[in-house]
Design a protein around this ligand. Structure first.
Ligand SMILES: Nc1nc2c(ncn2[C@@H]2O[C@H](COP(=O)(O)OP(=O)(O)OP(=O)(O)O)[C@@H](O)[C@H]2O)c(=O)[nH]1
Ligand SMILES: [K+]
Ligand SMILES: [Mg+2]
Length: 455
């Protein structure tokens, strides 16, 4: 997908090559090339350039020695209609390490061909207007996706859904800007300025509401980073035992000694396709030394930032259960009454959204707990195709745009046309940073013509 605001194709002088199919031995390895000398390099190894965009079988040889290297499928993608916008080729070779190393060495021996740097193919695609920054980030997330929901969200971003949404916001800003600037340009003429400004305001107010709503929506970040589920409670309640049981492996040290856990421990969970991070913490009590005090400080910091706190309680201990923690707004606390093999769980607890009886030892109640956790995370993460802001970089840029827009609207009566237009321009520039399209002048021209208000 091409994007507005990106300059003409850049002319990279280097041709790059790299294995794109991962490291380690495999049946097939894919070597990709991009740059001006791809055609020559392929011809040097394969003896000919196959017809564009069709897989052809070719014998690859080292042009320096004539030694045969492999029999490979060769694909030739002439630019600019390629993934990077440059001439590209793909060599599908046998995946053995020695084969891959020999083919790469023969490629790098060609003039002007060098190893690609990290992300260089995507970088060239962005610079050549083949994808936006938000799409590039989606692509990176797609490659890193661990759960089904992360995969779906990343795919939506890679397909440009977020970029489209941001471009629509930017279009609305530029339209408002054009109207305000009409006031500047036609300041000499009767009541154009006042009319133009009045026309711009409702659209900009609606846009600000949309930006604020997008910023308040944490679902995208929740999908990407996963829900943070902290396990908290008094020493010896069985927190580490619960962590091990839910993770189905021996992550944390368990002992009958209170104050065993000091450091914060984390494991990643895949709950029905949703990512979550389970966090085991030190038991909360009056610390008996500097090390335990530090452990408790770290525990509280993680509990304060959690989306859900499981307050683990030893069901054998009588009396009211009072979770001794503060959680951010929107977070929930559930009481997990552990050791149900020893004692019955209480049925009500003030302040807790729910009570679940489990035994980390026998596994009783763990299925119900896991199901409840999956439902919680699914509800928090919302629809997978939602083109939300998922990275701090995106959130920061949109937040900055909202601030400038807010300033323009707050000063609507007091500020000059020039100052209002300047705030709008800064807002548009901030939004441009999400997709990488920084220059708004081109769009402005188009929109200004569209909104020529009869002049
Ligand atoms: N009977 C029974 N014992 C349990 C259960 N869960 C944990 N325990 C025991 O309780 C003791 C404390 O368990 P831990 O998992 O270390 O407890 P903790 O809350 O992590 O303790 P600290 O890290 O010291 O705060 C150990 O002796 C466990 O074997 C359970 O479900 N039933
Ligand atoms: K313990
Ligand atoms: Mg522990």
């Amino acid at each position: 997908m091409a994007h507005a605001g990106v300059a003409a194709r850049t002319l990279a002088t280097d041709t790059i090559a790299a294995v794109s199919s991962g490291t380690g031995a495999a049946a097939v390895a894919v070597i990709r090339l991009s740059g001006p000398r791809v055609g020559e390099a392929v011809r040097a190894l394969a003896g000919r350039l196959p017809p564009p965009r069709r897989a052809s079988l070719a014998r690859l040889a080292d042009s320096r020695t004539g030694e045969g290297l492999d029999s490979a499928l060769v694909l030739w993608f002439p630019g600019p209609a390629s993934a990077t916008g440059e001439d590209m080729a793909e060599l599908q070779v046998h995946g053995g390490r020695a084969v891959v190393a020999a083919v790469l060495a023969a490629l790098f021996a060609q003039p002007g061909v060098r190893p690609a740097e990290r992300g260089e193919f995507s970088r060239r695609a962005f610079l050549n207007g083949r994808m936006s920054l938000a799409e590039a980030e989606g692509l990176a997330d797609l490659i890193a996706a661990e759960t089904a929901q992360q995969r779906r969200q990343a795919l939506a971003h890679a397909f440009g859904h977020l970029a489209d949404r941001v471009e629509a916001w930017r279009g609305a800003l530029v339209r408002g800007m054009a109207l305000v600037e009409a006031g500047i340009d036609f300041a000499e003429e009767d009541d154009v300025p006042a009319q133009a400004r009045a026309l711009a305001r409702p659209g900009l107010e609606a846009l600000l509401a949309e930006l604020d709503a997008a910023l308040a929506d944490r679902r995208g970040a929740m999908v990407r980073e996963g829900a943070a589920i902290a396990i908290a409670g008094r020493p010896n309640a069985g927190k580490s035992s619960l962590m091990n049981a839910l993770a189905a492996r021996d992550v944390a040290i368990v002992s009958d000694e209170p104050g065993t856990t000091r450091d914060v421990l984390e494991v990643a969970l895949d709950l029905d396709g949703h990512k979550a991070t389970l966090i085991d913490t030190a038991g909360l009590r009056e610390a008996s030394g500097a090390v335990e005090a530090e452990g408790i400080r770290r525990a509280r910091a993680r509990i304060d930032a959690a989306d859900l706190v499981l307050w683990v309680h030893d069901a054998g201990i009588a009396g009211e259960i009072v979770p001794d923690i503060a959680t951010p707004p929107g977070a929930e606390i559930w009481v997990v009454a552990n050791k149900s093999d020893l004692a019955a769980a209480p049925t009500t607890t003030p302040g807790a959204a729910r009570i679940l009886a489990v035994s980390a030892r026998t596994g009783a109640g763990l299925g119900a707990l896991t199901g409840a956790l999956a439902a919680f995370v699914a509800a928090r993460a919302g629809g997978a195709e939602h083109p939300a802001l998922i990275r701090e970089r995106q959130r920061g840029a949109v937040g900055e745009a909202a601030d400038h827009l807010r300033r323009a609207l707050a000063g609507w009566e007091a500020l000059s046309d020039e100052l209002v237009a300047e705030e709008l321009r800064l807002a548009a520039r901030a939004l441009g940073r999400v997709t990488g399209a920084i220059d708004v002048e081109d769009l402005l021209d188009v929109v200004f013509r569209e909104f020529c208000i009869g002049k």
